[in-house]
Write a protein that binds this ligand. Structure first.
Ligand code: HEM
Length: 415
């Protein structure tokens, strides 16, 4: 059996929370290995990085997410009874429900709703003369996803929901007040979602059959039972909340266009494959989810190392997306790498790896890509704007990361 380089320390949680995305890559660099044992949350954990590690980690049903979150996500993003905590046939059945919402027609319908909402708000930005892309994208996404998912919002409610979604996501990567605020607001949002499910079941609300609200209210699990109201509500939030989180990637799209202005011109034509390559590079290059965690469901061996049932493993997503073994010149922003075929299902893993139907890989990638493409089109061809002096730095010690200024635009005019 091989030996894994091991760090002898009491606990690295505080350091993880302060170093953020750089914590895991630093462990591998110091150990001179892509597998390192350390301690987090007072427990032993094996950290792994790279394409081979992703293949090992995303072997279907090898790991459960129960009790396996990285310290960065604490509890704000994982809910009792939700798809993330399931395994085996029960997980596949619940996952099919999510994937049934992602047909090309439905993804396009969300995209069209997003464009409608964008155009409606554009007039107000032009009047105000300024807008922060991250904040505005969150407002647009909240309205668009709720309308698409079966629960259109009136104006005062839309503002409240947008704030709650944002706080939940902001709280996910921290300990202390930011996290507590997320948890407190989550209770309110859950209450809202439970009320919606109850209304559908009682016939007071009749969402279209292809919507997420209809799906969670009527889905039958493998045991032939409907989801309980709390679980149905949690799954409704598992569609709506992460869609609003695409606001971060949209802020990074704005930043990438600003930092690489030659791409504005190239994207102004209608070459869809170029646009797709651009947003894929944004998903690779800029930080979002730092890592995913799993606990071994059975003992197994990998590279001559034995993992026991219950062992905790963390896969470094950010480091894998910047791993020079997979990417030429990984610190260069280069969309064309996607046209050269550098990416595959195990090295390009901003939202997980492998087969989406059989693993915990994110079911929302098509939505994410579609929304990012629409946002870039709007920024390039739908409006003109200036980017005044501001702090655009991205602090890798803060999870989830963002440009410090949230990307301020001024002098906004519809094109
Ligand atoms: C799972 C990232 C958008 C719904 C995940 C995972 C990651 C991730 C890293 C965990 C994979 C694992 O545990 O192996 C992201 C990022 C997004 C995003 C960075 C960009 C905003 C979305 C969207 C949806 C969504 C738009 C809407 C449907 C989910 C669900 C799971 C998940 C339901 C759990 C899947 C399972 O356990 O089988 N996502 N996601 N996500 N995501 Fe996303």
């Amino acid at each position: 059996m091989s030996e894994i380089p091991t760090e002898h320390r009491l606990d690295g949680t505080a350091e993880f929370l302060s170093k953020g995305y750089e914590f895991l890559p630093e462990r591998f660099r110091k150990a001179g290995s892509d597998m390192v044992r350390t301690r987090l949350m007072m427990q032993e954990v094996t950290c792994v990085q790279g394409e081979d590690a992703a293949r090992m980690f995303y072997e279907p049903d090898r790991f459960t997410r129960k009790g396996a979150l990285p310290p960065t996500t604490l509890m704000a993003l994982q809910d009792l009874g939700s798809v993330q905590r399931m395994s085996g046939p029960a997980h596949r059945s619940r996952k099919r429900m999510f994937l049934s919402l992602m047909s090309p027609q439905r993804v396009q319908a969300l995209g069209e709703e997003f464009d409608r909402q964008w155009r409606a708000r554009l007039a107000t930005w032009a009047e105000r003369g300024r807008a922060r892309l991250y904040v505005e994208a969150g407002e647009i996404l909240t309205r668009a996803v709720c309308a698409w998912a079966g629960s259109p919002l009136d104006e005062p409610e839309a503002g409240r929901r947008a704030r709650e979604f944002r706080a939940m996501i902001e709280g996910a990567g921290s300990a202390g007040p930011r996290n507590w605020r997320g948890l407190a607001l989550r209770a309110r949002t859950e209450h809202w979602a439970r009320r919606l499910v109850r209304k559908v079941r009682e016939g007071e609300l009749a969402p279209e059959p292809d919507t997420a609200l209809y799906a969670v209210a009527h889905h039958l699990d493998v045991d032939g039972e409907r989801l309980s109201i709390p679980v149905a509500a949690v799954e409704y939030l598992n569609v709506t909340r992460p869609t609003v989180a695409v606001d971060r990637f949209i802020a990074f799209c704005g930043l990438a266009l600003h930092e690489h202005p030659q791409w504005r011109e190239r994207l102004a034509g209608d070459d869809d494959s170029l646009l797709e390559a651009f947003v894929q590079e944004v998903r690779r290059f800029y930080p979002f989810f730092p890592a995913v965690g799993g606990r071994a469901r059975q003992a197994f061996e990998w590279r001559g190392v034995r993992f026991e049932k219950g062992d905790w493993v963390l896969l470094d997503l950010y480091g894998t997306l910047h791993d020079p073994r997979s990417w030429t010149d990984p610190e260069r922003f280069d969309p064309e790498r996607f046209q050269r075929g550098e990416a595959n299902a195990f090295n390009f893993i901003p939202q997980g790896a492998g087969e989406v139907a059989k693993t915990h890989r994110c079911p929302g990638e098509w939505i994410t890509i579609e929304l990012m493409k629409r946002a870039v089109r709007q920024l390039v061809s739908g409006m003109t704007y200036d980017v005044p002096p501001q702090d655009l730095s991205v602090d890798l010690g803060r999870m989830p990361a963002l440009p410090a200024s949230r990307f301020l635009m001024t002098g906004i005019r519809p094109a």
